[in-house]
Design a protein around this ligand. Structure first.
Ligand code: ASP
Ligand code: MG
Length: 444
């Protein structure tokens, strides 16, 4: 980031969670969504595809914005493409073209957000709220030139700030920017979350609210474990570990950005408007469960190179070649060697398995290993909690729980606040359910 133009606005974190808390203006049964208390703050509100999926949804978002403004807040909106529009545009491109140049793909995909932002402004005008839409480029998002996966280099939100200063509501198209050589760029799937967080940082907003179709971040996937509970408050570190191990929302990149720059997040529902999950720095007085969440991820496959000579430089060579083939390796386990040879296992995303197997195959011959095998029917099950830093026995409880259901552990890895096990894919949901129960996360 080139600068931190707080422009006289309140700074991040100045308002306490309590002041920013929203409460109901009346029984929800009367159809009155919650409104903000007497808060004067700057909020960036991002609305996902389903939240702006049809004309009624767009109008109800506008009404929510109107209530937020009436309570004294300044609001900047970030919108995704309506409903499944990004998917439709991608399919359309496939139907038309086999080459699909990156520059044109980004021009096409960003049209989805552009449509949504113009319609959103119209709905706001109908409520007598002056609003202006801005493309990523107009909003000052400067990116690299990596089409369909562009990285933000700098945010210069001068026009957004100027609109705010004259009492207008800026509505910014999500997931887009302009490259240093002046081409339109797309930040990638889920990139609107990153747009919102980056804008909140650049404007010095008090919080960034991510409105979605679920009511917050849950202790585990509620589709797998119906007793999963919404988490009221979680730390950046924990949410980052969750999104890295299978929790689909918010987008991992946006959580990384929020953590690096200390942007407070509020993940909440655009359907019930109820209070969601606050994401913030970990505080010493944070009421701390030892384990905050259980996640699972079935998107990876396992590979094992066996009979690898146990000599300096072999692992370096294996993983350098995989990296050069563009393969992102996750968990790595190397056995204790017996008689000068060892096994190395690691996981790779499913879509890279074929490529990884052919790289691994030729490598194995070159280094004198005995063979390469893979298994794509695996799942990674993880328990995450900042409390495990100071509480022994988390790994033991996890392994005992899996043992009690007869689930075999194939690989283990840990971080300071996470323990992950690779298990057979068909046992993953059973493992998640049992772990959620044994760490006391299920409601009573
Ligand atoms: N519409 C884009 C997508 O679906 C960007 C976003 O919503 O974050 O990936
Ligand atoms: Mg999205």
């Amino acid at each position: 980031m080139g600068r931190h133009p707080n422009n006289g606005h309140s700074h991040q974190g100045r308002l306490s969670t309590q002041i920013l808390t929203y409460c109901s203006n009346g029984p929800l049964s009367e159809g009155l969504p919650p409104v903000a208390l007497n808060v004067v703050g700057l909020l960036v509100q991002k609305f996902g595809g389903t939240a702006v999926g049809d004309p009624d949804r767009i109008r109800s978002v506008a009404e929510h914005v109107s209530r937020t403004v009436r309570h004294g807040n300044q609001v900047v909106l970030v919108v995704s493409a309506m409903g499944k529009e990004t998917d439709s545009l991608l399919r359309l491109a496939e139907d038309v073209s086999s080459t699909r140049p990156g520059r044109e793909m980004d021009m096409l995909i960003t049209a989805g957000e552009r449509k949504a932002m113009a319609l959103m402004c119209m709905a706001l005008h109908d409520l007598d709220l002056p609003a202006d839409s801005f493309t990523g480029s107009q909003a000052g998002f400067v990116t690299d030139g990596e089409h369909q996966n562009a990285r933000i280099l700098e945010v210069r939100p001068d026009r957004v700030q100027a609109a705010l200063d004259t009492g207008r509501i800026p509505v910014v198209g999500g997931s887009q920017g302009v490259s240093t050589d002046h081409n339109v760029t797309f930040l990638g799937r889920g990139g609107s979350d990153t747009t919102a967080v980056a804008l909140a940082h650049a404007l010095g907003a008090d919080a960034c609210e991510l409105y979605t179709d679920v009511t917050g971040v849950f202790t585990t996937d509620p589709r797998v474990v119906p007793t999963a509970k919404r988490i009221d408050r979680i730390s950046f570190d924990e949410l980052l570990e969750m999104t890295a191990t299978g929790c689909p929302k918010p987008a991992m990149r946006s959580v990384e950005y929020a953590r690096t720059h200390g942007v407070r997040l509020h993940v909440r529902s655009a359907f019930t408007w109820q209070e969601g999950t606050w994401v913030d720095e970990e505080e010493p007085d944070m009421e701390q469960a030892i384990i905050s969440a259980v996640t699972h991820d079935t998107s990876e496959a396992k590979m094992t190179i066996s009979g690898v000579p146990d000599q300096p430089g072999i692992a370096a060579r294996v993983f350098r070649e995989l990296a050069e083939a563009g393969i992102n390796v996750d968990m790595i386990v190397q056995n204790v060697s017996t008689e000068g040879v060892t096994d190395i296992s690691f996981t790779v995303p499913h879509e890279y398995l074929d490529r990884a197997m052919s790289t691994g195959g030729s490598l194995s011959t070159e280094i004198g290993a005995t063979g390469v095998v893979s298994d794509d029917a695996i799942a990674k099950v993880s328990v995450i909690g900042a409390g495990m830093r100071t509480n022994p026995g988390v790994a033991a409880t996890m392994f005992e729980t899996l043992a009690d259901c007869g689930v075999n552990i194939q690989m283990i890895s840990t971080s300071a606040i996470r323990v992950s096990c690779v298990v057979s894919e068909d046992r993953a949901e059973e493992a998640v359910t049992a772990l959620h129960e044994s760490f006391g996360l299920s409601g009573d």
